[in-house]
Write a protein that binds this ligand. Structure first.
Ligand code: 3PY
Ligand code: MG
Length: 256
């Protein structure tokens, strides 16, 4: 099943978020309960070499590999696909030109300008030959444009309209900073929930995918009802902290 098929299945998918550029760590995360694993090159410590090595650590346990590239590094979007990523998340898509450049890097002609060379992606896939790869990549790969500023929100319909942009990914932390003109970091800010619902609804109405980052699992029901099909949660530090806190608390409770 492709990631696109999974997102269309009607069940919300969860993506792990990895910032530790280590194959064994990524493999361990990929064996947890997430359907998707995202390697973060923007704020996490992943880099080209770790992405090249970590994709099989995700697909081995049967999960979908996604890469978040650094801001404006659309060359890395093509590289991520050539290394076997199924989707790329591009942060800070704040203009139609940003969206066009991202789409161009993601899609082969005639939709975009992706250059040929799936050096690792093809042998890592189940695709039988290069002809099939060329014919199916544009529909098998997903380009997520991050909507996380007022400028992006203001241009939402135009960004959704760009051929080769398959979906949006909301970054509520940056969005909250933008929403409050720099006064607050609050990804769960009630005041912006109407806008987040509007983004999800308009993306789905346009026939595009909608994804979002959740900092609190309790908000996931609301995000699902807003149309979001993929939700990111935590990172390795969160998984270790929450796991260790629960373990230690349960052990201390058993003693006292
Ligand atoms: C944000 O919330 O700004 C994000 O980019 C999520 O990682
Ligand atoms: Mg962000």
């Amino acid at each position: 099943m492709t990631l696109a098929d999974r997102l269309n299945s009607g069940t919300v998918s969860f993506t792990a978020w990895s910032g530790i550029p280590d194959t064994l760590t990524v493999e361990s995360v990929s064996r947890l309960g997430f359907e998707v694993v995202t390697l973060d090159m923007q704020h996490g410590a992943h880099h080209e070499d770790s992405v090249a090595r970590c994709v099989p650590a995700i697909t081995g346990p049967g999960k979908h590999p996604v890469i978040r590239i650094p801001v404006g590094r659309f060359d890395m979007a093509s590289r991520a696909l050539d290394l076997g990523a199924e989707a790329v998340i591009a942060p800070m898509i704040n203009s139609v030109e940003d969206a066009r450049r991202f789409a161009a890097a993601m899609k082969y002609p005639p939709v975009g300008e992706r250059s040929w060379g799936p050096t690792f992606g093809f042998p890592r896939s189940s695709v039988k030959d290069h002809a099939e790869w060329l014919a199916t990549q544009n529909s098998r790969t997903i380009s997520f444009a991050m909507i996380e500023t007022r400028a992006a929100y203001g241009l939402l319909d135009e960004i959704l309209d760009v051929a080769g942009i398959d979906g949006i990914f909301v970054g509520p932390s940056d969005f909250s900073i933008a929403w409050t003109s720099g006064a607050a970091l609050n990804p769960n800010l009630e005041d912006m929930m109407g806008a987040i619902a509007d983004i999800g609804t308009r993306a789905r109405k346009a026939g595009k995918f909608a994804a979002i980052f959740a900092t609190d699992p309790k908000i996931c029901g609301r995000y699902a009802s807003m149309g979001y099909q993929m939700i990111a949660m935590g990172n390795e530090q969160t998984y270790m902290r929450v796991g260790a806190e629960n373990l230690i608390a349960a052990a201390r409770a058993a003693i006292s």
